[in-house]
Design a protein around this ligand. Structure first.
Ligand SMILES: [Zn+2]
Length: 279
């Protein structure tokens, strides 16, 4: 299996988003009003997995409508995101980086995908979904879909980006994996497993990709960089700090295993575009 890291745009956010170490209204207010000089530039990563049972895409990044000219365009952002998310993210999408543009450059059609896996419903992970919705299956954990009814997620996860999309849902089941011991074994062979890592959202999934020799963990937004689990600093953008810590502690146990090839976070600026050879 090969895993390709794709950058599907960027966010310009307060430094407290990756390393806030607490979640409260004061912190949130600071994130929404952060001046440019207090913001950091982070990628929005998606992953293209070449699996023996078909192509798999993990998350979909931003859509072209948010950044028509490939630069930060506040008016365009305001047409896609509600004001508070526009203020939080300051997103942009360089030319050629939208998921459909990157796939076209590789000669891949959306219908070539066996699965599009959504780690969670936050806007930066699903805005590109409508461009790849002809995949054979689009899969989201039922637990993430269900809890999108919470007020906090109504604010974070605009329904216009995903509610009318052909998303299939599966429940997590009992598993040795993750702090909740909940996972979805996609093919029943443990090669691709969605592992519940709550805290950022209730139902968020990390994607564990493994073969006989080792594994790669795609940690989604449970962490923003290895610093989070190495120093037990929770991201300042999330829902439940106690659960964030449980998820970070589990990631650390996985990262320290000898057969761990990599743990990748969706918004880690140290993860360049490129390819990881998994087998
Ligand atoms: Zn994110």
């Amino acid at each position: 299996m090969n895993i390709h890291v794709l950058h599907c745009g960027y966010i310009q956010v307060s430094e407290t988003v990756p390393f806030g170490n607490r979640i409260d209204l004061k912190n949130t207010a600071r994130q929404l009003s952060a001046p440019e000089k207090a913001r950091v530039l982070l990628p929005v990563c998606c992953y293209l997995i070449e699996h023996p049972k078909g192509l798999i895409l993990v998350d979909t990044g931003w859509c072209r409508e948010i950044s028509p000219e490939g630069v930060y365009d506040a008016k365009a952002v305001a047409r896609v995101l509600p004001p508070h998310l526009a203020a939080l993210f300051h997103p942009y999408l360089p030319a050629g980086q939208a998921i459909d543009e990157q796939l076209a450059a590789r000669g891949i059609q959306p219908e070539d995908f066996a699965y599009v896996l959504l780690t969670h419903l936050d806007a930066d992970h699903v805005a590109g979904l409508k461009r790849v919705n002809r995949a054979a299956h689009i899969l989201l954990p039922e637990d993430e879909y269900f809890w999108s009814c919470r007020t906090v997620y109504k604010a974070r996860q605009p329904k216009s980006l995903w509610l009318d999309q052909p998303i299939e849902r599966r429940y997590y089941r009992g598993s040795p994996l993750g702090p909740m011991r909940w996972a979805i074994d996609l093919f029943g062979d443990e090669s691709i497993q969605l592992v519940n890592l709550p805290g950022h959202t209730d139902g968020q999934a990390a994607v564990l990709v493994q073969d006989g020799a080792g594994f790669v963990l795609l940690a989604a937004d449970a962490a923003f960089s290895p610093r989070n689990w190495q120093e037990r600093i929770t991201p300042g953008f999330g829902f439940n700090r106690e659960l964030q810590l449980k998820s970070l502690d589990w990631i650390r146990t996985m990262a320290e295993k000898p057969n761990c090839r990599a743990v990748l976070c969706s918004h880690d600026p140290a993860v360049p575009e490129g390819m990881i050879l998994c087998e």
